[in-house]
Design a protein around this ligand. Structure first.
Ligand code: SF4
Length: 132
């Protein structure tokens, strides 16, 4: 992400921290499940009426070549797996459900900590984990 893209994203972020956390989760879910770069599901998109690319007639990408980013084994993959557990659960989950998604305990702990710091995951009063 470029500096300009980060500035745009920050400007769109709600000021209220709980709302900002919910917004962040929603945007990540939209990108992961609906607005996928390889095959966007515009028919299922909740913001289709606001989409500039769609309004422009879905033009082909004509920018510079995109760098190929390895996904397997990255913190992004671990964070995605942790969030998937919480997204698919009907409520909060115990720690062992999160521990089961990734073998490397150091990387898993780092990713879970970063999700907590980012406000994308919360620890409930009974020591379980949930989406905000
Ligand atoms: S309508 Fe736009 S934002 Fe929605 S999935 Fe399609 S490309 Fe993505």
């Amino acid at each position: 992400m470029t500096k300009a893209e980060r500035e745009v994203a920050a400007a769109l972020l709600p000021e209220d921290p709980p709302t900002a956390a919910t917004w962040s989760v929603a945007v990540m879910e939209l990108g992961a499940l609906v607005c996928r770069a390889d095959r966007p599901r515009c028919g299922d998109c909740p913001v289709a009426d606001l989409c500039a690319w769609r309004a422009a007639g879905r033009p082909a990408y004509d920018g510079p070549p995109r760098p190929v980013q390895t996904y397997a084994g990255t913190d992004r993959q671990v964070r995605g797996r942790l969030l998937a557990v919480l997204r698919d659960a009907p409520g909060s989950v115990p720690r062992d459900r999160l521990d089961a998604v990734w073998d490397d305990p150091v990387q898993r702990e780092r990713c879970l900590d970063s999700l907590l710091v980012d406000g994308l995951v919360v620890r409930t009063g009974d020591g379980r984990y949930a989406l905000p």
